[in-house]
Design a protein. Structure first.
Length: 184
């Protein structure tokens, strides 16, 4: 998806100066991570204005009431070449999974003490970039992964994840700017 129009921008409500930051953009919605475990999947039709920030045309309590979802839910996907519904022809999910069997993208990340860390936003040969709570970002070596199924399980306790915390605006492990995530 060649977007980036909203990615990584701050989000405000009519009566709240900080709802969170946009971590994903699809054709019809933005996904906002707020403080703590807050996540809001907000339709783009609710956006009133965009400049340095995204202003949602609702008071904060209405955003919570209408659009709050569990942060542990999988992130919605957009129109990327890896989405099975955008590949040419009729592609069933089993065919898609055979074609992309090792992708960790979009999986939830948990520690061995069963704490939710965030979601994999980028995967390189040796690291995963995880967007977590409180606008935290962790660049974790793949060598720390002990299992991968519906979630990626890290072989460490939650308190140990902070040794991999980086500034969320820092360049990706590939050297690309973080805004590149909005285009993938």
């Amino acid at each position: 998806m060649a977007s980036g129009k909203y990615f990584n921008k701050g989000v405000k409500a009519l009566d709240a100066p900080h709802v969170g930051h946009v971590v994903r953009e699809t054709d019809d919605k933005i996904v906002v991570f707020g403080g703590g475990d807050d996540r809001y999947d907000i339709p783009k039709s609710e956006i009133k204005f965009t400049s340095g920030n995204v202003l949602i045309d609702l008071p904060f309590h209405e955003i919570v009431r209408k659009y709050k979802v569990s942060r542990a839910e999988p992130l919605p996907t957009g129109k990327t070449v890896a989405d099975p519904w955008t590949l040419p022809g009729n592609v069933d999910l089993a065919s898609y999974e055979r074609q992309y069997p090792k992708s960790l993208f979009n999986k939830g990340v948990r520690t061995q003490d069963e704490e939710h860390v965030g979601h994999v936003m980028k995967e390189t040969d040796d690291k995963i970039v995880v967007w977590g709570h409180y606008e935290w970002r962790f660049d974790v070596p793949k060598s720390k992964i002990v299992a991968a199924g519906r979630n990626v399980i890290l072989g460490m306790d939650y308190k140990d994840i902070f040794q991999y915390k980086v500034d969320r605006d820092a360049p990706l492990p590939t050297g690309e700017p973080v805004e590149k995530l909005g285009e993938e």
